[in-house]
Design a protein around this ligand. Structure first.
Ligand SMILES: CC(=O)/C=C/C=C(C)/C=C/C1=C(C)CCCC1(C)C
Ligand SMILES: CC(/C=C/C=O)=C\C=C\C=O
Ligand SMILES: [Fe+2]
Length: 563
């Protein structure tokens, strides 16, 4: 089977005339059976090696078994989770086993780096892949699914030139000579060479616009949640400047909060953009208390009144930013001597109300935060929970594609826990960090979390995340963590890699876990499915198979049905 290259993309693109059999198009086309559901494709649209045929023949491996530069050494069959999606777009109805609740009406969107191959070259890190946006549209118990590559400048240039043209998470185009290198540096400072490959998350703003995001500000891309069209850049109309921001803004009906790390004068800007506007306003600023640069700020939490600004000892590194080749910690450096801090900024005044030293920590994802009050209603502390990797940076290395692709049954996933920060607001200089529950409850693996969004910034009880059933080299369960009882319920499907469990509340629900949890799984057989779990029992209630294998994806959002 040929490997997937950009020159093949044109062949692999399924035309928009591919529709489910229940559709109304004329049958001058051939029938192809995709997992019990038939779709139509024009015969002339199919290349002999196209995804259509390879996805249909379930005997053929849906992955490229040939050893690549970095992938799958020794002909090892790679899991479909770590294998590039084979076609640029697809849409069709999925057959549902089980039952989708009738109240679940809307679209779940999930973004992630689904394409890691460029010609003969393979990206080396999970986070480098070009963005693949997947949708699950639920309506009256039925499910229309699809995916589409996001048409970022970085993706279009790579497709045209069959090589990486912008600086991605771990790699950058190699300058041909010294003059080009100098030009490159200038482009880095202006931001021109940075990627806009919006492969990390997707958010629905309060005004209904849907934006795909990564950590570069220019990688904020508007998409159409129905047909997944790339609509263009989300342009920030202010003059705040800066090149990077947190990959995970906090989005509510009224606001969009984010943090902008300041690499020149180490610190963070706390910014807010009101719903309906493209203009961010600086609400406050936190100066770093340690190290030569701000800590990596992939995400952060908020409470009702405060923004929690983490200052992780895993800090941006100016030298590494300039390198074309990956370094052990990519664009970052571990500075245990610089200590770890958490700062609390008042949303209303922008003032820092607490800044404490905490034990060293490593986290990508904060889960939630809330305020602890005394009997007079005064806030005494902020509690902030995150998926914490025991202050061990090796998780970044574990997310190299070669490591992910070479699982041999040996347990390789470093331990992680629900890290709970307790940040006093009484001027005490130290905060605490402890495990919120025994990490064995979720197999000592935890990441890719969500909560019931109505509990954002409030005292809450349940978190949904990916956990571990060992041995594994990547989180392979879905886990519902009860932070009150300090227990977890785990869902496991042998050999599958599930993506972030996403909670959708039942309209009218009064209990925190009354709803469903959506995840997409990449299966050991090479297939891919959407799964629905009941929020309360955490039992699987429905599953629907895609006609092709799904690559791993990162974060999602819910777009409710238009009224
Ligand atoms: C997918 C994910 O979780 C993170 C993606 C992060 C990216 C694409 C970061 C890109 C960056 C650059 C291209 C240069 C500047 C530093 C940094 C923000 C790491
Ligand atoms: C996949 C991941 C981080 C994604 C960032 O958006 C972390 C996985 C950690 C494993 O435990
Ligand atoms: Fe993330």
């Amino acid at each position: 089977m040929a490997s997937f290259t950009f020159s093949h993309i044109a062949q692999f693109v399924l035309p928009s005339n591919i529709i489910v059999s229940d559709g109304l198009r004329k049958p001058e086309r051939e029938w192809l059976t995709f997992s019990n559901k038939s779709i139509l494709a024009r015969k002339s649209d199919r290349s002999p090696d196209s995804v259509v045929t390879s996805a249909v023949t379930h005997h053929a491996p849906p992955v490229d078994p040939s050893p690549g530069k970095e992938a799958g050494g020794g002909g090892l069959m790679s899991h479909v989770a770590w294998t590039s999606v084979r076609q640029e777009r697809w849409e069709g109805e999925l057959v549902v086993e089980g039952e989708i609740p009738q109240w679940l009406n809307g679209t779940y969107l999930r973004n992630g780096p689904g394409l890691w191959n460029l010609g003969n070259y393979k990206f080396r890190h999970l986070f480098d892949g070009y963005a693949t946006l997947v949708k699950l549209h639920f309506e009256n118990g039925q499910l229309i699914a699809g995916h589409r590559q996001i048409e970022s400048e970085a993706y279009k240039a790579a497709k045209k030139n069959e090589k990486i043209c912008y600086r991605e998470f771990s790699e950058a185009p190699k300058p041909d000579n010294f003059i080009a290198y100098i030009g490159d540096l200038a482009n880095l400072f202006s931001g021109a060479s940075l990627t806009d490959n919006a492969n990390t998350g997707v958010v629905r703003l309060g005004d209904g616009r849907v934006v795909c995001l990564t950590e570069t500000q220019k990688g904020s891309i508007l998409v159409d949640p129905d047909n997944l069209d790339t609509l263009g850049k989300f342009e920030y109309s202010d003059s705040i400047g800066g090149l990077i921001h947190s990959a995970h803004p906090i989005v509510t009906d009224t606001d969009f909060w984010t943090l902008l790390p300041d690499l020149m004068n180490p610190g963070y800007l706390v910014v807010r953009m009101k719903t309906g506007s493209n203009e961010r306003k600086v609400i406050g600023r936190v100066d770093c208390r340690g190290g030569p640069a701000p800590g990596w700020v992939h995400s952060f939490p908020v409470t009702e009144h405060y923004v929690v600004v983490p200052e992780m000892p895993l800090r941006y590194c100016a030298q590494n930013l300039l390198r074309a080749e990956p370094t052990p910690l990519y664009k970052f450096e571990w500075h245990p001597d610089s200590k770890g801090f958490v700062h609390i900024v008042c949303k209303a005044s922008g003032k820092i109300v607490s800044s404490v030293e905490v034990p060293l920590y490593v986290t990508f994802h904060f889960i939630n935060a809330y305020e602890e009050t005394d009997e007079d209603g005064r806030v005494t502390a902020v509690i902030a929970d995150c998926c914490e990797h025991n202050a061990d940076t090796s998780i970044l290395e574990k997310l190299r594609l070669q490591n992910l692709q070479s699982f041999m049954g040996v347990d390789e996933l470093p331990d992680a826990r629900v890290g709970r920060f307790i940040i006093p607001l009484d001027g005490t200089p130290y905060g605490k960090l402890e495990a919120a529950l025994d990490p064995d409850e979720h197999g000592r693996g935890i990441d890719m979390c969500s909560i019931n969004p109505s509990y954002l910034g409030k005292r809450y009880r349940y978190a949904y995340a990916c956990g571990a059933r060992r041995p594994c080299n990547f989180p392979n369960t879905l886990t519902k963590v009860d932070l009150l009882e300090k227990k977890a319920k785990n869902w496991y499907d042998d050999g599958s890699v599930p993506s972030e469990p996403f909670f959708v509340a039942r309209p009218g629900a009064t209990e925190e876990d009354d709803g469903v949890v959506i995840s997409m799984i990449s299966e050991v057989s090479g297939g891919g499915s959407a799964v629905l779990l009941d929020g309360k029992t955490f039992e699987e209630i429905a599953r629907a198979k895609f006609p092709y294998g799904l690559p791993y994806g990162l974060h999602g959002c819910w777009v409710p049905k238009k009224k």
